[in-house]
Design a binder for this molecule. Structure first.
Ligand SMILES: C=C(O[C@@H]1C=C(C(=O)O)C=C[C@H]1O)C(=O)O
Length: 118
């Protein structure tokens, strides 16, 4: 029935959500927290890479490496049952922020001049 009398009508208390919904949302909360922790760990790694690159005057972006990762993630997404296009968008979104930070490190790091030999 579409409109059961007394259910979710204005002025009526909301019916409690089915327990399955509550359990699923608890799982989603845990997964979201895990994703944030994993992402923070990834940024700690990529920040270190960014500082290394700045120090060695390497470009912030490495398209060859990104393409290798995209190919790999495409395969993993297929195995995991996730649409590869979604994995692709997720990865590109993260890399965009990573490269922005790498550019910032390159600007911040004082450029060392080659020492004059005597
Ligand atoms: C982290 C790096 O820098 C950039 C960011 C990448 C990433 O976040 O996976 C990959 C390649 C680079 O464009 C790297 O070169 O390894």
């Amino acid at each position: 029935m579409k409109n059961e009398p007394g259910k979710n009508e204005p002025g009526q208390p909301k019916a409690p959500p089915p327990s399955e919904l509550t359990q699923l949302r608890a799982s989603i909360d845990n997964i979201d927290a895990a994703l944030i922790y994993m992402l923070a760990e990834r940024f700690r790694c990529t920040d270190t890479v960014g500082r290394l690159k700045a120090l060695h005057q390497l470009p912030p972006t490495d398209l060859e490496r990104e393409n290798q990762q995209l190919t790999r993630l495409h395969q993993i997404a297929l195995q995991a049952g996730l649409p590869p296009a979604l994995a692709d968008r997720f990865f590109r979104c993260i890399v965009e922020s990573v490269v922005t930070r790498h550019r910032q490190f390159a600007r911040e790091l004082p450029q060392e001049k080659p020492s004059q030999e005597k």
